[in-house]
Design a protein around this ligand. Structure first.
Ligand SMILES: Cc1ncc(COP(=O)(O)O)c(C=O)c1O
Length: 393
């Protein structure tokens, strides 16, 4: 069993999560639970493959020359998701957000409407607006502690706003929903009927808790594969986002051609050598490590759940079905968001992701990244408890 309890010092490693506190106006001793990377070392097989390349000492332009890279991806998707990819579908890029921006420009024109479902990972909104497309928001519904898609409004907006592109987040960040077959086919059928392209961001695909199952959207019906760009990456799963590699799958030839032409216009060509090496090793040999990690995260989630229930019942956990991101409802405290942020940062000294960042429906919520050693999670929760206890004095 991999030792996920090991505390690895990340300060002083150019870590976005740890080393940018002062620059971002946070106290030096703040504990970070914000950006979505993990405080765990990558699987041993990944470290070994990377050290071989370091030892070789030449870091020239590179690409995946033989079939081994594709085969590693093929095996992963077949075994885990029963999805059968083809080599020609694959386009490698440095990241999923890069792919989303590329797809927006490739498939729509300035001023065209692009639909997203907030609260959602904030670069969805900035990618649409930053590329001068029109943002259309189909807000998720929050009922009895669970989020749902507002399907009636979804279809209405698609028709009324003449939406050209829908960006789906599955599993969903920050609400933790793993969309069901019924939900995915409901939106998929609407998109197919109205000729709407779909970007399916499945970067959190591998983090699904017991009892839930991730479904590849493009794998559900052939007509979905014909309109979809599926964005995946090994970065969240194996904690290698700094290595900048993502795998984008596009079945339709015309969409793929438009996408690649747009990619070329950005000046991007060969992928990062380290990313390629790490990705292949991870998909070939990282399965057991990942299975152990999911068990560890399941226990972290149980700790968070029990702690909130017993010590801080004023804060409500939106039970995540997937992702290592817990979406917490602080609204019962009655604080405006600015004050809530100040309380967490200045008094509790914990750094979460503030709800309003995720757009409509984020007010009064915070996102808590639980992918850390249990002792660190406990420390963070105790800090929160103390800060709230002091408030009541
Ligand atoms: C839903 C989602 N998409 C994309 C990303 C980032 O992907 P990349 O670093 O490959 O751009 C994240 C990171 O948190 C995410 O949660």
């Amino acid at each position: 069993m991999h030792n996920f309890d090991e505390i690895v010092e990340r300060r002083g490693t150019n870590s976005l999560k740890y080393d940018f506190a002062a620059i971002k106006g946070m106290p030096d001793d703040i504990l970070p639970f914000w950006v979505a990377d993990m405080d765990f070392k990558s699987p041993p097989a990944v470290l070994q493959a990377l050290s071989q390349i370091i030892h070789h000492g030449i870091f020239g332009y590179s690409d995946s020359i033989d079939e081994a890279y594709f085969n590693a991806l093929f095996g992963w998707y077949q075994d885990r998701f029963n999805w059968h990819i083809k080599p020609e579908w694959l386009v490698k890029l440095p990241g999923v957000v890069f792919a989303i921006c590329t797809a927006i420009r490739a498939l729509t024109k300035p001023g065209d409407a692009v639909l997203i479902q907030q609260p959602v990972y904030h670069p969805f909104e900035s990618s649409v607006k930053g590329n001068n497309r029109r943002l259309v928001v189909n807000e998720l519904l929050y009922r009895d502690g669970r989020y749902y898609m507002n399907l009636e409004e979804f279809e209405h907006l698609i028709a009324e706003e003449k939406v050209k592109l829908f960006i789906l987040c599955n599993p969903q960040n920050p609400t933790g929903r793993v969309w069901t077959r019924e939900e995915l086919t409901a939106v998929g059928d609407i998109c197919a009927r109205y000729g709407v392209y779909v970007i399916s961001d499945e970067i959190h695909q591998d983090f699904v808790y017991p009892g839930y199952r991730h479904l590849v959207f493009a794998g559900l019906k052939p007509e979905y594969a014909d309109i979809t760009i599926t964005c995946t990456a090994p970065s969240k799963t194996f904690n290698i986002p700094g290595l900048q590699i993502s795998n984008i799958f596009i079945k339709d030839e015309k969409i793929r051609r438009l996408f690649i032409e747009e990619m070329i216009r950005t000046g991007y060509s060969q992928p990062n050598l380290m990313g390629l090496i790490a990705c292949q090793a991870a998909y070939e040999k990282g399965a057991q490590w990942l299975d152990e990690l999911i068990l560890y995260l399941t226990d972290n989630l149980a700790l968070l759940r029990d702690f909130l229930k017993n010590e801080l019942p004023v804060i409500c956990l939106i039970e995540p079905e997937g992702t290592y991101l817990a979406w917490l409802d602080f609204r019962e405290l009655g604080f405006p968001d600015r004050e809530l942020d100040r309380l967490l940062v200045q008094r509790a000294k914990i750094w979460l992701s503030s709800g309003p960042t995720f757009g409509a429906g984020g007010q009064g919520f915070q996102r808590f990244n639980i992918a850390c050693p249990r002792a660190v999670l406990e420390q963070g929760l105790n800090r929160l408890k103390e800060a709230l206890a002091n408030l009541r004095i």
